[in-house]
Design a protein. Sequence first.
Length: 183
Amino acid sequence: MNTKQAVINSYCMLCRTGAEKSAAQNIMQHYPELIAIAPVKILQEKSKGQWEPHEQILLPGYIFLYTEYGLPKNMRTKVRNLYRVLEYEKGIRTLTGSDAEYAQWIYCHQGKIGTSKVLIEEGQEIQVIDGPLLDCKGTIIKLDKHKHRAMVVFSFDGQKRIVSISVECVLPIESKSENRNVS
């Protein structure tokens, strides 16, 4: 029995904005040894009185590539709308460090970042209790309960980032009982 697990290398490719999904599909058609993902976030939108999931590109102009091997040469000649593979200094193209961790997170969620559940404490830090951002802590700066969306400030890699997320809000028990007493 082989206990050695294959190492998956991850890469990030710049492509034409709006062509992320088709470019990822075309890469996998021409290069079956590659997994190409154009990550999307799943937002809840109201249509005809019903909440329905809607996909929106997470990182316009970028796709992630995964392979046990290196990238094929001249991919741009076979696949339209590709610009270039992103590189670090010294020409290193394989993602490393927090970039590789982010790419692995995308891979683990198969490129679909869904709805998250958060506990909301007005004006205080929140914690995501379900979904792909599980256990992340941040601060809600804007909440639209009607549209089920929130603007949240999270700290990633030592920098503060504002992220728009689709949420299913769960209020603390105290807030629910307070709300019942309001006429």
